[in-house]
Write a protein of this length. Structure first.
Length: 136
């Protein structure tokens, strides 16, 4: 048994998952409305939007889909926590997530870790970035 995440997007699922893949690695699989039995449930201009997508890296899977504007609700009440082993990697990833997004707490040293920050990326997904520098 495992727990995965499913995130709804307002039309940017493919862009978001491809961005996460470029940033973190992993694999992306995407199924559009136009290539699924759900094609008649959306307007024709949504044929290229994602009815089901998955982004897999390490042992985590994030599933996602694009919802029509009348069904989409802004994400709230959670954050994806990204645990890293170096402050420099945390800074690189945090900066990329922050580009076009909103920083809630800048990446900084705290009493519990070497680097911690909170950001909502340009796709509306809230993240916590945490890093403890490994000692060789």
């Amino acid at each position: 048994m495992r727990i995965d995440f499913h995130i709804n997007f307002s039309g940017q699922c493919q862009d978001a998952f491809e961005f996460y893949q470029s940033l973190l690695g992993g694999e992306v699989e995407l199924l559009t409305y136009g290539n699924s039995p759900a094609q008649d449930d959306v307007p024709a201009d949504w044929a290229g939007k994602i009815v089901h997508g998955s982004f897999r890296f390490n042992n985590l899977q994030i599933a996602g889909a694009d919802l029509l504007p009348e069904s989409y609700q802004k994400l709230q009440g959670f954050q994806l926590l990204l645990q890293l082993s170096s402050s420099s990697e945390a800074q690189r990833i945090f900066d990329a997530l922050a580009a076009g997004g909103v920083v809630t707490m800048p990446l900084q040293k705290t009493f519990w870790t070497d680097a911690y920050g909170m950001v909502t990326d340009r796709f509306g997904v809230p993240w916590e970035v945490n890093a403890n520098d490994e000692v060789d």
